[in-house]
Design a protein around this ligand. Structure first.
Ligand code: CAA
Length: 256
C-alpha cells in the first residue's frame, strides 16, 4: 500500500499525486519506489492507457530530500549507489504526463523530464538549484535539460541555480504548454484521455521510437523507426485504422 502517493483511476487514465505536503513533495527512496512500482504495474493494466504524475498547487516536487541527504557521507552515497534506481520510470512503456504546478526543482524537475509530456500551470517554477547546496544534479538534468534547451541556457540555469517560470519553460521547450493553474487538472485530463483512446500498440511504438532518438546516432534511429513503422502493419489496429479511413468511418480500436 503506497504511503507517499495517491493513485486514482479515472476511466482509462491513472492519476498519481505525490503526497508529502509537509516536505513540498521532496523525493526520497520510498517516494521513488512507490512512483516507479506503480507506473510499471500500470503498464500491465489493460484498463489504463495513460498515466499522469502531479503534485500539489504549491509543489510538483521541491527536489530530492535534503534532510535525508544532509548526514550522508561519500562512502554511504557511493556504497549504496544512492538514487541509482530512481530512473526506473524511464522503463515505463505507456505514456506519462507530468502536470506541474508550483515548484519543480532539482530532482522534481528531473522527474518531470523523465515523463513524456510536461504540462505546466502558470504557477510552475522549474530549476536546478543544486549548485546552492554544493552539489550538481544527480537524476539526469545535466544530460536531459542540456539536450532539451541547449548548452548555454542549461549552463546558465545550472551555474546560477535560478528558477525559470512557466512561460520561459514553455519557450525553451521544457513544457509543451502553459495553462492557468485552475485549469491544469482539466486540461491534463483532456490530454491524457485523448492519448488513452489511441491504439495502444502504436502508442507504445511511438514512445519507444521517440525515446530512441536520445540514445542513438541518427541513421540508427531512422532505421529503428522504419522497422517499427513496418511492424505496425502486423497489428489489427493498423488494418482497422487504414480501413476506417478508406471507408470514411471512425476507427474502432481493438487494443487500447
Ligand atoms: N528536501 C527536504 N525538505 C524540503 C525540501 C527538500 N528538497 N524542499 C522543501 N522542504 C521542506 C522544508 O524544509 C520545509 O519543512 P519544515 O516546514 O519542516 O521546515 C517545508 O518543506 C516547506 O519548505 P519552505 O519552508 O522552505 O517553503 P518556502 O515556500 O519558504 O520555499 C522552496 C520553497 C523555495 C522550494 C524551498 O523549500 C527550497 O529551496 N527547497 C529546496 C529546493 C532544492 O534545493 N532542491 C534541490 C534538492 S537537491 C536534488 O534534487 C539533487 C538531485 O538532482 C537528485
Amino acid at each position: 500500500m503506497a504511503e507517499t502517493i495517491v493513485l486514482e483511476r479515472r476511466g482509462r487514465v491513472a492519476w498519481i499525486t505525490l503526497n508529502r505536503p509537509q516536505a513540498l513533495n521532496a523525493l526520497n527512496e520510498q517516494v521513488m519506489l512507490e512512483v516507479t512500482a506503480t507506473l510499471l504495474e500500470l503498464d500491465r493494466d489493460e484498463a489504463i492507457g495513460c498515466s499522469v504524475l502531479t503534485g500539489s498547487a504549491k509543489a510538483f516536487a521541491a527536489g530530492a530530500d535534503i534532510r535525508e541527504m544532509q548526514p550522508q557521507s561519500f562512502a554511504e552515497m557511493f556504497g549504496t549507489d544512492w538514487i541509482g534506481g530512481w530512473d526506473a520510470m524511464t522503463r515505463v512503456r505507456k505514456p506519462v504526463i507530468a502536470a506541474v504546478a508550483g515548484y519543480a526543482l532539482g530532482g522534481g524537475c528531473e522527474v518531470a523530464m523523465m515523463c513524456d509530456i510536461v504540462l505546466a500551470a502558470d504557477t510552475a517554477k522549474f530549476g536546478q538549484p543544486e549548485i546552492k547546496l554544493g552539489v550538481i544534479p544527480g537524476m539526469g538534468a545535466t544530460q536531459r535539460l542540456t539536450r532539451l534547451i541547449g548548452k548555454s541556457r542549461a549552463m546558465e540555469l545550472f551555474l546560477t541555480g535560478r528558477m525559470m517560470d512557466a512561460a520561459e519553460a514553455e519557450r525553451l521547450g521544457l513544457a509543451t504548454r502553459v495553462v492557468p493553474a485552475g485549469e491544469l487538472e482539466a486540461e491534463t485530463m483532456k490530454l491524457a484521455e485523448a492519448i488513452a483512446a489511441m491504439p495502444l500498440q502504436a502508442v507504445l511504438m511511438m514512445k519507444e521510437a521517440v525515446n530512441r532518438s536520445f540514445e542513438t546516432p541518427l541513421h540508427e534511429g531512422l532505421l529503428f523507426e522504419r522497422r517499427l513503422f513496418q511492424s505496425a502493419f502486423a497489428t489489427e489496429d493498423r488494418t482497422e485504422g487504414m480501413t476506417a479511413f478508406v471507408e470514411k468511418r471512425a476507427p474502432v480500436w481493438k487494443h487500447r
